[in-house]
Design a binder for this molecule. Structure first.
Ligand code: S3P
Length: 436
């Protein structure tokens, strides 16, 4: 699938983007190992979250749905998962693989986790090493890359792990393994990362403590089934927040968006650049902060992105780079080397596409420098990365010529229906079958 975009356009309307991907993954995992039934609403029916759902079914959990984002999960309890009869395919989803490796490390049966070509290039030592310290036995096919073979567990021991990188996936993996470990498991975060796992564990009645940068739980408790209402994904909303900001004459209302403080780096960074973004109707939905977000067009200026915002906006940099390209002056990003090991090397993928559009940029090992200016047009390669595809679709609003975005199938991993929703809001996008 390819996107063809005509230049220009204005973004207007009111829309609710699909459910939060991170929370969707966790909702299925935790409800599966809870005691009793859970009802989940707002579940993201994208390939990544569906890979997690299929894995839990393969582990013996009965799950009805999804139907219009609704699931009913018959929890089997902490000790109720069953050995899968085949390997578990995580597709493109790093979150599925890293979080499930924590859950599976403590099971009395073996399992094998695999994924697509992109996932099989991503580093797994970050979870394998601390899990090994807890007593798990996990081998990777090639160094630290998937597939992962997880041996039947003969008992995990709680550890304290000072995390070398600010990663919610590593933290969540260890907390999930910690449920099965003897004693306490704790992690120290070098910087705050998304805390959906901690919030949701508490929602299932499981005690998790936070003392400054240390998060801790004790193994061997129980989770009790509950109802979960998943807000819209701020990482998906981000494409339209930038779209409405850069397109003259735009005014857009995004409803029911998750605005957890560990996820709103996109809003803080754009506001520093001069964006006109208002959070309205702020409320708590099942332990997660939610708001309606009003965005109006505003001229942007280049900034040095504060490094403390990096983990809070980690998935939004592709589209933030488009905002930087439309800003007056220079934007610099540093301290973001993690971008190199996402679904693609996002610094390299974005630098290549920006250069195609005629935007001056200088990639660096841990970031990039972008000079705002005119955007031309051309053919963009996504490197099988959903967020690269959607970012360059948004760029068309300020482009001088047509943009063709190749290889957009992966958009379905996080944002099924992106093209139709974007068209409805004013992006001049059409979809066509790709060559390959
Ligand atoms: C995620 C955490 C982030 C993010 C990913 C989803 C999660 O990864 O990039 O898309 O759901 O925990 P890291 O924690 O590895 O940075």
């Amino acid at each position: 699938m390819e996107f063809k975009l005509f230049p220009g356009g204005t973004i207007s309307g009111e829309v609710r983007v699909p459910g939060d991907k991170s929370i969707s993954h966790r909702s299925v995992m935790l409800s599966s190992i809870a005691e009793g039934d859970s009802r989940i609403r707002g579940f993201l029916e994208g390939e990544d979250a569906l890979a997690t759902l299929a894995a839990l079914r393969a582990l013996g959990v009965e799950i009805a749905g999804p139907a219009k984002g609704e699931l009913r999960v018959s929890g089997v309890g902490l000790a109720g998962l069953r050995a899968p009869s085949t390997e578990l395919d995580m597709g493109n989803s790093g979150t599925s693989m890293r979080l499930l490796s924590g859950l599976l490390a403590g099971q009395p049966f073996a399992s094998r986790l695999t994924g697509d070509a992109s996932l099989c290039r991503r580093p797994m030592a970050r979870v394998m090493q601390p899990l090994a310290r807890m007593g798990a036995s996990i081998t990777a096919a090639d160094g630290d890359r998937p597939p992962l073979q997880i041996d039947a567990c003969r008992g995990l021991q709680g550890i304290h792990y000072p995390m070398p990188i600010a990663s919610a996936q590593v933290k969540s993996c260890l907390l999930l393994a910690g449920l099965y470990a003897e004693g306490c498991t704790s992690v120290t975060e070098p910087a705050p990362t998304r805390d959906h796992t901690e919030r949701m564990l508490r929602g299932f009645g499981y005690e998790v403590t936070r003392d400054n940068d240390v998060i801790q739980l004790r193994g061997g408790g129980r989770l009790v089934g509950t109802d979960i209402d998943i807000p819209a994904d701020i990482s998906s909303a981000a494409f339209f927040i930038v779209a409405a900001t850069i397109a003259p004459g735009s005014e857009l209302l995004l409803t029911h968006v998750g605005v957890n403080p560990t996820r709103i780096g996109i809003i803080s960074i754009l506001t520093l650049m001069g964006a006109d973004i208002t959070l309205m109707n702020e409320r708590d939905v099942g332990g997660e902060p939610v708001a309606d977000i009003l965005v109006r067009h505003a001229p942007l200026r280049g900034i040095a992105i504060p490094e403390d915002q990096v983990p809070l906006a980690i998935d939004e940099f592709p589209v933030l780079f488009i905002a930087a390209a439309c800003a007056e002056g220079r934007t610099t990003l540093s301290g973001a080397e993690e971008l190199r090991v996402k679904e693609s090397d996002r610094i390299a993928s974005m630098a290549e596409g920006l250069t195609t559009l005629g935007v001056r940029n200088e990639p660096r090992p841990d970031g990039i420098v972008i000079e705002g200016g005119a955007l031309g047009g051309g053919v963009i390669h996504t490197h099988h990365d959903h967020r690269i595809a959607m970012a360059f679709a948004v760029a068309a609003l300020r482009a001088e010529r047509e943009i063709y975005v190749m290889d957009c199938d992966t958009v379905a991993t996080s944002f099924p229906g992106f093209d139709a929703m974007a068209r409805g809001l004013g992006l001049q996008i059409s979809t066509q079958a790709g060559q390959a």
